[in-house]
Design a binder for this molecule. Structure first.
Ligand SMILES: *Cc1c(COP(=O)(O)O)cnc(C)c1O
Length: 390
């Protein structure tokens, strides 16, 4: 069923994986908790094709992999315990001692932390590049560059990279590419279709969708890359739990429907914010005002519910007053759940390639599945508290 490309993606996601007949008719696969697997015969202990240990996944993992492959038209999927691990495992695997990786200056903070700390310990090196670099990335490539990380769009500031230009340069130099595709979660952006080698997804976010699971996936069309990533996973003893795999698989079944609602509601809220006098700019690539809107239109088929906006210059105390006045938005990291979230970004904004001048304090909203009008009223509460505290 999952191979029938003539069906719409939503249909394929609803049916990806084994058929219920293989599990007594139950619609969902069991989240089997297993370390030891009892093998049918002695020959299987050290030979055979059979799975010999729980560390290498159970049927629920197989179904999740089939579904995620359907989502991004991938042929191989490596599952890990978090989105962060989906970002760091390729760096661990493909950037060895004496080798080099290029990472966007707006990369997800903990990915950057891995490059600054653990990558150094394993003898690798990193250069950060301005997110809008495009073909000029050629100037930063070294003889030992093995991997270019792309993030589409980048964390917090939502610059949207010119993936095609970067990939053209990488291909010509035989360098691997990997896109952190968590924002689009495979729904509205397909890096593999743009010849990126690996798509990295924090399935913790929209795929799981209910803020109760942690997981990550690396998707590729290369058997060789998948085998090398699987070898790293096995060497390090990494294994996504069956429970979290089941949560991600359940979320995947309703992903398209939820995602479209997140997208529509976020555009309502973002467009409203743009009309507010005290809002300096709204950082949402689907808005025509966004500087990367043309690239977004070219390479994306939609948008998620995560975006930023910048208030007029004001002290941090006023920004905190804004956040503390919110009643519907929760104050929390992450995104992709049914509930709306808000954070301010200043403490985690890090730039080393250029000076970031947004024109005021940056806040990030994850628009959940509440009524947009209720969310707008909540933001008005925040703005009123912010005005009083300015
Ligand atoms: C959340 C996020 C991750 C990490 O996902 P976790 O499952 O929370 O580890 C990686 N990249 C991006 C862009 C993210 O937003």
């Amino acid at each position: 069923m999952n191979d029938k490309k003539e069906h719409d993606l939503a249909t394929r996601l609803a049916h990806a994986g084994e058929s219920p007949a293989s599990r007594s008719g139950a619609v969902n696969p069991p989240a089997l908790r297993a370390s030891t697997l009892i093998l049918p015969k002695a020959e299987d202990l050290y030979g055979g094709d059979v799975n010999t240990y729980g560390l290498h996944g159970m049927p629920v993992h197989d179904d999740l992999k089939a579904g995620l492959c359907a989502l991004e038209n991938a042929s191989h999927c490596v599952l890990v315990e978090s989105g962060l691990l989906a970002c760091t495992l390729p760096i661990f695997t493909f950037v060895g001692a004496g080798e080099h990786v290029l990472v966007p200056d707006n990369a997800y903070g903990p990915t950057r932390r891995y490059c600054d700390r653990s990558l150094k310990r394993t003898g690798g090196s990193v250069t950060y590049y301005p997110p809008r670099i495009g073909a000029d990335i050629a100037d930063l490539i070294q003889d030992n560059t093995k991997l270019i990380i792309i993030e589409a769009p980048g964390s917090l500031t939502f610059e949207t990279p010119d993936t095609r230009a970067i990939v053209a340069v990488a291909k010509a130099r035989g360098i691997l590419t990997a896109t952190d595709n968590s924002w689009a979660s495979g729904v509205c952006h397909n890096p593999l279709d743009l010849d990126v080698d690996m798509s990295l997804v924090a399935t913790t976010k929209y795929v799981s969708g209910h803020s109760d699971g942690l997981s990550g996936a690396i998707l590729t069309r290369s058997a060789n890359l998948a085998a090398r990533l699987e070898a790293s996973r096995a060497d390090l003893g990494l294994c996504l739990s069956s429970d979290d795999a089941a949560i991600a698989l359940r979320g995947l079944r309703t992903l398209i429907t939820r995602f479209r609602q997140h997208e529509a509601s976020a555009l309502i809220v973002a467009s409203w914010l743009e009309t507010q006098d005290e809002v300096v700019q709204v950082l949402h690539p689907a808005l025509p005002s966004h500087p990367d809107h043309a690239i977004w239109k070219r390479d994306f088929t939609g948008a998620s519910g995560l975006f930023g906006f910048v208030l007029e210059p004001s002290p941090e105390s006023a920004v905190l007053a804004f956040l503390n006045a919110l009643k519907i938005f929760g104050l929390g990291f992450s995104y992709g759940g049914y509930e709306s979230l808000a954070i301010h970004c200043a403490p985690q904004l890090k730039r080393t390639t250029e000076k970031l001048n947004l024109g005021g304090p940056l806040l990030r909203l994850s628009i959940g599945l509440e009524q947009p009008d209720d969310l707008i009223a909540d933001i008005e509460r925040g703005l009123s508290a912010w005005r009083d505290a300015r």
